[in-house]
Design a protein around this ligand. Structure first.
Ligand SMILES: Cc1cc2nc3c(=O)[nH]c(=O)nc-3n(C[C@H](O)[C@H](O)[C@H](O)COP(=O)(O)OP(=O)(O)OC[C@H]3O[C@@H](n4cnc5c(N)ncnc54)[C@H](O)[C@@H]3O)c2cc1C
Length: 310
């Protein structure tokens, strides 16, 4: 550990906001990932700004995570600082006219419930996505014909130069599971959504229906990062993988889910390397059989000895 860097972090954050040698497997839904040198949980915009400035000054690499529900972290972990924006940074406000403003760390499930309680509709799709608002905006997360793009109006980010700026939705280049935030390495601090008036009973019924559909189709009792691959144009990744005969296919402890082939799961203490080898094998076999190149939706973090097939 770099004592000097730790001491400088302590001038910004309290002791319980900083961990060293923190296993990232504890913070990812895949339950995979080695240690991060530093792991911090800031609770204010000033703290986020100061920590990133310090990392830049000291040339310590840093990475932002939310709920870790779309991350495959390497077995070696992360040499640098992980900044997790979650419960500590999750304040929100909902106005009567359907404007919602929330900090990046709030969980979508919590926000969807609060929005439903205020009789606002348009966010039901997000209730079952196990990420934070920050992760969802960055990924332009979506499900069941809904996506963040539909209800987002503007965001506040910390840009590459360390300035807090407001960006309207139209400038975020929100595409299928992508945004300018990813490309330009900006940190999402807060987002504003605009929703319509609805009937509370119908809103909760819709959320329950979508969650039931998830439970029926998806291996929610297994460790995963959701759909491992993006949907290739004109196909469904899960169907291609199933048709290729890969249902249940396993490398080490990593497996193609029996229940939904689009989900690769950590079935039995898989290492990150096994998981990546499984991703590669699936990509190769599907490409050989159908000429379609699957692209991972899951983000890789850290150093891997195996290269991702592209
Ligand atoms: C069971 C299951 C079901 C899922 N179903 C869906 C689904 O239906 N639809 C869907 O779209 N996804 C789904 N996912 C994937 C995942 O939940 C989403 O991608 C989610 O938006 C990720 O949010 P997160 O907070 O967990 O982000 P993380 O996994 O922590 O991070 C994902 C990416 O976002 C970046 N990021 C996170 N927060 C910020 C921030 N504040 N500022 C800048 N960058 C940030 C990270 O650096 C990383 O690149 C599912 C996952 C699981 C495990």
């Amino acid at each position: 550990m770099n004592e000097q860097f730790y001491e400088k972090l302590r001038q910004i954050l309290s002791e319980n906001q900083i961990k060293t040698k923190e296993p990232l497997a504890n913070h990812t839904t895949l339950r995979i990932g080695g240690e991060a040198d530093y792991f911090v949980t800031p609770s204010t915009i000033d703290e986020i700004e100061e920590v990133t400035n310090l990392c830049k000054q000291e040339e310590i690499p840093y990475y932002i995570m939310g709920n870790g529900s779309n991350l495959l972290v390497s077995d070696e972990g992360y040499r640098g600082l992980i900044m997790k924006l979650s419960d500590n940074f999750s304040a929100y406000g909902i106005s009567e006219d359907g404007i919602v403003r929330a900090q990046a760390g709030i969980l979508l499930s919590k926000l969807a419930n609060e929005i439903a309680r205020k009789e606002l509709t348009g966010f039901e799709f997000a209730a079952g996505i196990p990420g934070t608002l920050g992760g969802a905006v960055t990924m332009n997360a979506g499900a069941y014909d809904g996506e963040m793009k539909q209800c987002l109006t503007r965001v506040w980010v910390l840009d590459e130069d360390g300035k807090v700026i407001e960006i309207p939705k139209d400038e975020l280049e929100l595409g299928y599971r992508s945004s300018a935030l990813q490309k330009r390495r900006m940190i999402l601090l807060e987002a504003e959504l605009k929703l319509a008036q609805g009937k509370q009973e119908q809103i909760f019924a819709r959320m329950q229906d979508l969650n039931a559909r998830r439970r029926e189709k998806q291996p929610l009792d297994k460790f995963s990062a959701g759909s491992t691959f993006k949907r290739p144009e004109g196909y469904y990744a899960g169907k291609l993988i199933s048709d290729a005969g890969l249902r249940g296919f396993q490398i080490g402890g990593a497996a193609v889910s029996e229940k939904h082939c689009g989900f690769l799961i950590n079935k039995d203490n898989a290492s990150a390397e096994e998981f990546l080898r499984l991703i590669n094998e699936v990509i190769q076999i599907v490409k050989d059989k159908y000429g379609v190149t699957l692209e991972p939706e899951v983000k890789l973090l850290g150093h891997f000895n195996v290269q991702l097939h592209r």
